[in-house]
Design a protein around this ligand. Sequence first.
Ligand code: ADP
Ligand code: MG
Length: 262
Amino acid sequence: MKIMTFTGSKGGVGKTTILFNYAAWLAQNNYRVLLIDGDFQANLSSTFQTITNENTLLDVFLGGTPEIRNVASNIDLLPASPNLDKVEGLIQNKMYREYLLMEWMRKNADTINQYDFVMIDTHPEFGLLTKNMIAVSDAVIVPLEPSEYGFQQLKTQFELRMAEYREDSIDPRSGKSDIDAKVYFIGNKIQHNTSESRTFREILSEMDNVIGLFNYREVMKKALTLKQAVVDMPDEKLRQYHGYKEHLEEQFAHMTERIQND
Ligand SMILES: Nc1ncnc2c1ncn2[C@@H]1O[C@H](COP(=O)(O)OP(=O)(O)O)[C@@H](O)[C@H]1O
Ligand SMILES: [Mg+2]
């Protein structure tokens, strides 16, 4: 079982889009997937028609009764609550406040261990909630998008924050950090005809922790609005996006191999 968190310091880069499409691909390939929506905007939850205040991820942090729902074949979901943005204030004074999700997962290990992959979506900030997600993760996946200067700065900023968090989480008895997660980057929204995208692709292809490069295509926008993953779309819908489904499948297979083997 592998736990991965999609995060990063910026919204709109494609975290939810890639996670949703990747989950559908994993499910098609007979992997059992648990989705955890950690963004109070609840985009992932709404993709599965599950907007609710009841029995959500918030209950994990407040000692309530979170409920995992089956939302598709091989896909279960622990939805976000729109009130999740208030959680940081509520848990701030708790002991082990960065390990509350870990504690819940340990207590529910029988359930959690049934999945092949747990995939966590986040709101773009490096707060207590995201730290809880990273603390349980094997892989932290940060999508980047082409921009003249921005993406390198975001990447460096994220790496610094991770280093700080690892440092802060060193167990004084063992001298080892409690944060084991590996950081991976993904290039998203790559266009074939812009110099920004060309530079972006060149820089990313020289990094050894980039595990996927995703081309820009309008059909990715449709996936979230139609609540249907590209890999689940019928051939007629995909005709004008020739080769894009195969492109996604190739990237997802590559990501899976890296995450499973590292
Ligand atoms: N590869 C892509 N090609 C085209 N549009 C994309 C791609 N990836 C994401 N998008 C679009 O970008 C927007 C932001 O994506 P989203 O997944 O909501 O970002 P985040 O979760 O990081 O805030 C959405 O409109 C989505 O459809
Ligand atoms: Mg999102």
